[in-house]
Structure formats: structure tokens, C-alpha cells
Design a protein around this ligand. Structure first.
Ligand code: M6R
Length: 613
């Protein structure tokens, strides 16, 4: 995980880097550091804890900065969070500094060789070997070659930036398995782990590929291979704007992103759904991919965390309406369970970041066995979007809060488009039902907007249960994944609370034994073919004096008598209910966490993008 930044240009380098790092803090926040060339040499400042602690240290004692610098915000892998282990790391002579995101798997072996050659290490990190290795190699060859030679010796994953007082007009960068982009501004240039870091300055970016090495000057990048061969690059203008990387008046990114869901869904439907004509279309590559699928194709959906829950919803939809056999796997299990893969299988990888290590490894495994890969992804230029055979982008905009919200509902929206497209192509849906679902999909942004209007009511329910420390979330069919997602949202952002999602029908097979008087249970009970079954499950819990918080469809007067607290959502076909029900689940988690004083956007021990195993 970790966020890295490099800057070269005319602006104040420390402020520019600190500001860019603040857009990447979602990637890790247990320590932060910055290195600048100050005319005499490399000046470094590091602090344990969040970026604001480093920013305060720099404010109190400004760095004598020039116009070249690198910065890092860390999510520890090797070595505890401490000032010594915080990046940037330097060589013995303190002439160069590196920041790194990833894991150098052969660092122990390299370190032993370097120590034998007289190098002295200060930290317990894997990253420090890069600094010493470049120092060692640069004794015999120019810095750029030394950098490339060092990279060739590294095993594992890296996005790395290096600056040196020997070469004060360039920063070097490279990637292998961890994200790194170049931002090209007006007389200034950046390295960054992700686009939001550079949006204040430019929307012109270069997405780097693995094993590309960049020499970055203020006028832009020069790319080579590890062997020094020139590589042409493409500059892309990103759609995201500056506002999308700011809180825009909301107290947390999570709340802002919850409120952005009508737009995220609308953008995901844009140019794909034509409700007037009753047509769904995709970009040429994705359409060709889908149209070529044989009638007996099977799908395996792989994903992690919230994206896994979206995948579970996808399984219900694709099987019910497109009649395609689907299995859903946690990517971290899929890659190690020896899955039966062949040409007749399409692996659908669902991922917000497009960089999740397990999901990436899963699609590589699928491709090795001849399976096809479709990605549902939010980040253009990400590793998964580039390695997949086709991509169905969710246009949710940058998601900064660690807790995924708008990416989740955009992923389900993309799965709805996919389901309806395939269902129609395979003639699985009667015209009347197709029309009903297409109309519902077109209305979905407004329906979600209406669900958001219950925010105050949801906040009041959250206040009532904020002191509880255990929650169950129960649902059936399409809202079984909703139960899992609701519980994940709460425990993720409110680490004081244990929450568990379950299929409501499974309660009597074990978990019901835990129910005690006053234990809150969130029930998902919108209108559906299993509505009566859910009511029976509510009865079972009430009989044991559990406290029932029920999420039900507007106008359902019958259910009020079963609920200690009732939250209503707009009435929809069950097909849309996982998206509509996600709104109160997210807001409930948000307000419970807020009432408990939790660090909502940056919960302890978590990072947004899990680029390590
Ligand atoms: O970027 P991805 O969608 O691949 O990330 C997958 C999970 O790490 C992610 O959904 C995680 O569970 C979220 N923090 C949940 O809110």
C-alpha cells in the first residue's frame, strides 16, 4: 500500500509534496516523510503517525528546500511504524533518497551482500536495500544505469522514486506490480501512486507499465526499459477534476462519497443505457468480448472485501436473469484453491482500485489457463484494467475514503447492465420484464437520491444504538450480500464494534445462540419473494428479545409492528434493492462511527488499496 510522490518544478517543493501526499493518505498513514534537494544535499524529515504531524513539523522548522523532492505516506509491511522505518531511506553517504511502495522479497539476501561490502543499514525495512544497492552500483556507472541495474536485481513488487544530489535536475522512478503514474504540468512534473495526488496541478498523466523506468525532469518524462532502450509513452487527459479529490464541505470523504452515489450511478449508466430505445450498449472492445461468449460460457467472479459483496449480488442477478452459471470467489482463496479454469470460463474481476494484489494474481492465473478476463474497475490505467481482455468501467470518480461506498453501488450498477445485456442477447427475458427492469435502472439515480433523503432519520436510529458493541446484519437472497456489506462497513470504520453479516435463514443453524436482550440486529426486509421468510426470522429474534432495526420498503405498514426501529427505503423491484438498501447501511455505519468519535476516513490498520498479499 503506501502512497508515493515525486515533484520537480518551480513551486515550493515541500508544500507541493505535502499537499499531494494528503490526497494519497488513504493508502496508508502510520508514518510519513519527505526528502528534498536543498542545493547542498538531501534534506529529510519524517514523523510517525499521520501526515498532519509531519506537516506540523515542517511548518515549525521549514526545510531549506529547492525544487526537487519525494514524499511517502506509509502502511507498514517490514518493520514497525517508527521514524527510522519511515521513508524516505538513504544510502550510507546520504547522497540519495528513495521512497517505495511494495515488497522487495529478496531484500534479506541483498542486504547481506551489501553489509558484507561495508554498507550500514539503519532501518528494518526492505526498502533501504534499494538506496544502498544504487549507491553500490553507482560507484562504477552513472546514476541512471545504476538505478536500472539495481531494479533488475529486485524480486517482488515496487513503485519507487529516487533522487540524488549527484543529479539535481532529475528524479528517477519505476514500477513493477505497484501503481505509479507521471503527471505532466506546466514547467513541472510529478510522480504519484494515484491520479488524485496531481489533480490540483494537472489532468495530463502517463500510466506507467511494469518494468518501465522514468527519468523525470521539469519538462516531462523520458521512458526506457530496464535495459535502457527508449520507450514511447502516451499522455492521457483524465476525466476526474480537482473537486473530486477534495471534501467539498463534507466532514469526511466517506459522507461525501455516500452522497455522490446518484451521480456515480448516473455516470456508470451514461452512454450505455438508452431507456427510450430500450437498449444497452458497451464500448467496442467490451461489446465484442461479450458478443463472442459461447452459449455455454461459465462465469467465475473474483474480488475482495466490498467488491466481493458486489460480486455476490452479481451472482444472483446473472443466474436469475441471464441464466449463466456463476460462482463467486474471494480472490485470495481463488488463487490458491486450484480452480478449474479453461477456455470456457470467463473470470470477472471486480475491483475499485484495479490494483488489489489478490485480484490481480487471480486474473493472471485465469489467463495462464486460457480463461478470458473481464474487469469491472473504477480506475483507468490500473494494472487490472490493463491486463483484462475487456473492461466495464464504473465511472464513480475517485474514491478516497477507506470504506468503499460509491464504488460498491457503481459495481452493482455495472453488473445490472451486464446482466440485462446478456439476458436480452440470450433471449432469457420476456419483453415486459425487460422493460420494467430497464425503466427501473434508468430511474435508479433518482431512487438513490430519495433514499439519501432519509439521512436524518437514519442518523437518529444510529444515535440510539451507538453504544452497542455487537451487531448482526441479516438478509436473504439479493440482500444477503447487503447484510455482509452492512456489517463490513460498520466494523471497518468503527473498530470498537464487532458486526457480523449472515444469511437470515442460517441463524437457526448456530448464530441465534448469541442473541441476548437488547442485542441489535439489522434486518434487510424490502419487498421481495422472501419477504415473509424474513418476517419469520425477525420473529425468531424477537422471541429471544433481540432489538430489531428493520430496513423495509416505503409504504410497508405491516412490518412496523416487528421493528424496534424502522428505516424505510424507496420501494423497488428486488433487483434494485441491494443498491437502495446500501444507502441506509452506509449512513448507519457512518453515524454510529461518528457518534463513537472514530477516525472514519482512516480507520486503524487499514489502507484503501491492498497491493500486498
Ligand atoms: O480496490 P478493490 O475494490 O479491489 O478493493 C477491495 C477491498 O480491499 C475493498 O473493497 C475493502 O474491503 C474496502 N475497504 C471495504 O470498504
Amino acid at each position: 500500500m503506501c502512497g508515493i510522490v515525486g515533484y520537480i518544478g518551480k513551486a515550493d517543493v515541500t508544500n507541493t509534496i505535502l499537499e499531494a501526499l494528503s490526497r494519497l493518505e488513504y493508502r496508508g498513514y502510520d508514518s510519513a516523510g519527505i526528502a528534498v534537494l536543498n542545493g547542498k544535499g538531501v534534506e529529510i524529515r519524517k514523523r510517525v503517525g499521520k501526515l498532519k504531524i509531519l506537516a506540523e513539523a515542517v511548518r515549525r522548522q521549514p526545510m531549506k528546500s529547492g525544487h526537487v523532492g519525494i514524499g511517502h505516506t506509509r502502511w507498514a509491511t517490514h518493520g514497525e511504524p517508527s521514524e527510522i522505518n519511515a521513508h524516505p531511506h538513504t544510502d550510507c553517504s546520504h547522497a540519495l533518497a528513495v521512497v517505495h511502495n511494495g515488497i522487495i522479497e529478496n531484500y534479506a539476501e541483498l542486504k547481506a551482500q551489501l553489509v558484507a561490502n561495508g554498507h550500514t543499514f539503519r532501518s528494518q525495512t526492505d526498502t533501504e536495500v534499494i538506496a544502498h544497492l544504487v549507491e553500490e552500483l553507482a560507484k562504477h556507472t552513472p546514476l541512471d544505469r545504476a538505478f536500472r541495474q539495481a531494479l533488475k536485481q529486485l524480486k517482488g513488487s515496487y513503485a519507487v522514486c529516487l533522487l540524488s544530489k549527484q543529479d539535481p535536475h532529475r528524479i528517477f522512478g519505476a514500477r513493477n506490480g505497484s501503481p505509479l503514474i507521471v503527471g505532466i504540468g506546466d514547467g513541472e512534473a510529478f510522480f504519484a501512486s494515484d491520479v488524485p495526488a496531481v489533480l490540483e496541478h494537472t489532468r495530463r498523466v502517463v500510466y506507467l507499465n511494469d518494468f518501465e523506468v522514468v527519468e523525470l525532469s521539469a519538462s516531462g518524462p523520458t521512458l526506457t526499459s530496464l535495459d535502457g532502450k527508449p520507450i514511447k509513452h502516451t499522455v492521457v487527459t483524465v476525466r476526474w477534476d480537482v473537486a473530486s479529490a477534495r471534501k467539498e464541505g463534507f466532514p469526511h470523504f466517506m459522507l461525501k462519497e455516500i452522497h455522490e452515489q446518484p451521480t456515480a450511478i448516473e455516470q456508470t449508466l451514461l452512454n450505455r443505457l438508452d431507456d427510450v430505445k430500450g437498449a444497452i450498449t458497451f464500448d467496442r472492445r467490451t461489446k465484442t468480448f461479450l458478443d463472442k461468449l459461447p452459449a455455454d460460457e461459465k462465469f467465475i467472479i473474483i474480488s475482495c472485501g466490498t467488491a466481493y459483496h458486489a460480486g455476490l449480488v452479481g451472482e444472483y442477478m446473472l443466474e436469475e436473469f441471464a441464466r449463466i452459471p456463476v460462482t463467486v470467489d474471494l480472490a485470495s482463496e481463488f488463487r490458491y484453491r486450484g480452480p478449474m479454469l479453461d477456455r470456457g470460463i470467463t473470470v470477472i474481476a471486480i475491483t475499485q482500485s484495479g490494483e488489489t494484489a489478490d485480484t490481480l494474481a487471480g486474473i493472471r492465473l485465469a489467463k495462464q489457463h486460457g480463461s478470458k478476463v473481464l474487469a469491472i474497475c473504477n480506475v483507468m490505467g490500473s494494472s487490472i484494467s490493463r491486463e483484462a481482455d475487456a473492461v466495464l468501467y464504473t465511472h464513480a470518480g475517485p474514491e478516497i475514503a477507506v470504506a468503499s461506498t460509491k464504488a460498491y453501488t457503481a459495481q452493482i450498477t455495472a453488473l445490472m447492465l451486464l446482466t440485462l445485456y446478456l439476458a436480452k442477447r440470450r433471449k432469457r427475458l420476456p419483453a415486459a420484464q425487460w422493460r420494467l427492469l430497464v425503466d427501473g435502472l434508468a430511474k435508479l439515480p433518482r431512487t438513490v437520491q430519495r433514499a439519501l433523503e432519509s439521512e436524518d432519520a437514519i442518523k437518529a436510529v444510529a444515535a440510539k444504538y451507538a453504544s452497542a458493541r455487537n451487531f448482526y446484519y441479516l438478509g436473504r437472497r439479493y440482500n444477503y450480500p447487503s447484510a455482509l456489506e452492512g456489517a463490513l462497513k460498520l466494523k471497518e470504520i468503527c473498530p470498537l464494534i464487532h458486526a457480523e453479516g449472515y444469511a437470515a435463514g442460517e441463524m437457526k443453524h448456530g448464530p441465534i445462540s448469541l442473541i441476548r436482550k437488547g442485542w441489535p440486529i439489522v434486518f434487510l426486509a424490502p419487498q421481495s419473494p422472501v419477504y415473509e421468510k424474513v418476517i419469520s426470522n425477525i420473529e425468531e429474534v424477537r422471541a429471544r428479545k433481540g432489538e430489531c432495526i428493520v430496513i423495509a420498503s416505503e409504504g410497508d405498514e405491516h412490518i412496523a409492528r416487528y421493528a424496534d426501529s424502522l428505516i424505510t427505503i424507496p420501494k423497488t423491484d428486488e433487483f434494485f434493492s441491494p443498491i437502495v438498501a446500501a444507502i441506509p447501511l452506509q449512513l448507519f455505519a457512518y453515524y454510529v462511527a461518528d457518534a463513537n468519535g472514530c477516525d472514519i476516513d482512516q480507520p486503524p490498520n487499514l489502507a484503501k488499496s491492498v497491493t500486498v498479499e
